[in-house]
Design a protein around this ligand. Structure first.
Ligand code: CTP
Ligand code: MG
Length: 490
């Protein structure tokens, strides 16, 4: 829902409009913004108060659908009298979602820290693989990362295996031989095992090294103490790099994409649907795919399907990894969507869509932008966009899926309640805060533990984020090729 505030030149003259309150948005009056500072410095307090009261007497607030033609609406209202100014007020939930996104996103310094940790790990790996690189992927770089998310790293040995076994330098020619191993997987496991050992023995600040080599995607997990980052190092994981780039492209198509993903991630966390601990929970990656799928299914769609992105690709975008087609357009040839739905409407749609989705039969597929029959019986089936025979949510069990569906239905219901979308009193949570409350509280049930009001919890969460930022360790590169690590508080 959008609000438009109109200030008439004379007395209030519009019927069927009501007065209400709202946060001011930029004035849209010949493209000029009101300069409040000029007025406040030039006038006495009482004169300004009187003027504001008089202005208020001539002002009305009209609630109207978001897709209304502003020009036509303005023209229509002008036929009743001259309009001095008009303002736009977006839905309050929209504003809250953009705030959550802004407050939770990874900061510039934290991004730099992540790249620096990659560079430190590269120094260790270079002892064995001098030309390797370590590249971050996943939420650290796909634009959906939240402060505190893990650092997924990819040991890129392509520059080494791509040596073609021969190198020429002047009159010399160097030949490399690669030891034969049973399979790519075995080679990856050995590589990670050796690097894991080196990190354990020699990498400053790296603790709690775990080699998880029998996973589908073998990895070395450790904690980098100075930066506070939890790190997952993988190798031979080029497809995940590509899906990271795909998510990055989707995040840039429309600002609603990021805001909705952040909002849904935040909601899922507060409902206990996701967790940092590996298990049968729905992961953030799966939630992101679910949001993207919903946005592809809107009418008109907000983002294109992966097949459409592939069709837009040019020769240089062609990318095939282990016979999987990972081609999609990488430039800005993607047209902006004509869809004008608000975030509030989209959030409501998310809850309604997934609260009623036929999870028992259908799968989610962002390549096609259409649900398809599930090829196997996993409770939640989200097709991997590139390795199409894989389910990215294979870990999710029936209990967790049911928990998700129940929470989605309940949140859809809460959002439909009158008065939930804007503050009515100081004590009752509203907007996003009402959604982030656990089930028992919002339905008025008796909860065992008395919890802080959600609005307070969000505030303290945001405060703790700020505090994190203030105490984040910073790493400095000193001369002589050696690094010193110092922690700076400011
Ligand atoms: N990935 C994948 N298939 C999976 C899980 C992960 O392709 N079943 C890839 C995705 O590119 C994902 C990346 O690996 O972004 C990292 O995985 P993960 O850390 O689980 O997800 P993130 O997107 O990084 O989200 P989070 O903030 O929870 O770390
Ligand atoms: Mg991650």
């Amino acid at each position: 829902m959008w609000w438009r505030g109109f200030e008439a030149a004379g007395r209030r003259c519009f019927s069927r409009a009501h007065r209400s309150w709202g946060k001011t948005a930029p004035a849209v009056d010949g493209g000029e913004e009101i300069d409040l500072t000029e007025k406040t410095t030039a006038k006495t307090f009482s004169a300004l108060q009187a003027e504001r009261h008089e202005q208020a007497e001539r002002t009305i607030l009209i609630s109207c659908p978001s897709n209304i033609s502003e020009k036509k609406f303005y023209k229509y209202l002008s036929s009743y009298g001259t309009i001095n100014k008009y303002f736009f007020y977006e839905g309050f939930i929209d504003e809250q979602l953009y705030t959550v996104c802004k407050e939770y996103q990874i900061t510039e310094e934290n991004t730099r820290l992540r790249f620096l940790v990659c560079s430190l790990v590269k120094d260790i790996a270079a002892a064995y693989f001098p030309e390797c690189s370590i590249r971050p992927f996943g939420s650290s770089v796909n634009n959906f990362g939240k402060m505190g998310c893990d650092l997924d790293m990819f040991l890129d040995l392509d520059s080494i295996s791509g040596r073609n076994n021969t190198k020429t330098g002047g009159v010399f020619s160097m030949e490399y031989e690669t030891k034969r191993v049973a399979s790519e997987r075995v080679a990856t496991q050995s590589t990670l095992s050796v690097i894991g050992e080196c990190i354990d023995q020699f990498a400053p600040g790296c603790t709690g090294i775990q080699k998880i080599l029998n996973a589908r995607c073998p990895l070395v997990r450790f904690s980098h103490q100075p930066s506070g980052l939890q790190c997952d190092l993988t190798a031979n994981n080029r497809i995940a790099m590509r899906s990271t780039e795909l998510l990055y492209i989707y995040s840039n198509i429309d600002p609603r994409v990021r805001a909705l993903v952040f909002g849904v991630r935040c909601w899922a966390r507060s409902q206990g649907i996701t967790s940092n601990i590996p298990g049968s929970w729905i992961t953030n990656f799966s939630l992101t795919m679910m949001v993207l799928f919903l946005l592809q299914k809107r009418n008109p769609p907000i983002i294109p399907t992966l097949d459409q992105l592939r069709d837009l690709a040019e020769a240089e975008d062609k990318y095939v990894i282990e016979s999987h087609d990972c081609t999609f357009v990488s430039n800005n040839k993607i047209k902006p969507s004509q869809n004008t739905e608000t975030l509030e409407e989209l959030l409501q749609e998310f809850f309604e869509f997934y609260g009623n989705f036929a999870f028992n039969q259908m799968s989610i597929n962002i390549r096609k932008g259409k649900e398809q029959h599930k090829p196997e019986a996993s409770p939640l089936y989200i097709q991997n966009p590139f390795e199409q025979a894989l389910n990215v949510s294979k870990n999710v069990n029936q209990t967790q899926l049911e928990k998700f569906v129940t929470s989605a239905r309940e949140s859809a219901w809460i959002l439909q309640q009158e008065g939930i979308k804007r503050p009515m009193s100081n004590t009752k949570p509203w907007g996003l805060a009402a959604l982030l409350l656990p089930t028992m509280q919002s339905s008025g049930g008796k909860s065992k533990k008395k919890r802080q009001p959600a609005s307070e919890r969000i505030k303290s969460l945001l405060d703790s984020l700020k505090a994190n930022k203030e105490t984040t360790g910073y790493l400095n590169r000193s001369n002589g090729g050696r690094r010193h690590i110092c922690t700076v508080a400011w």
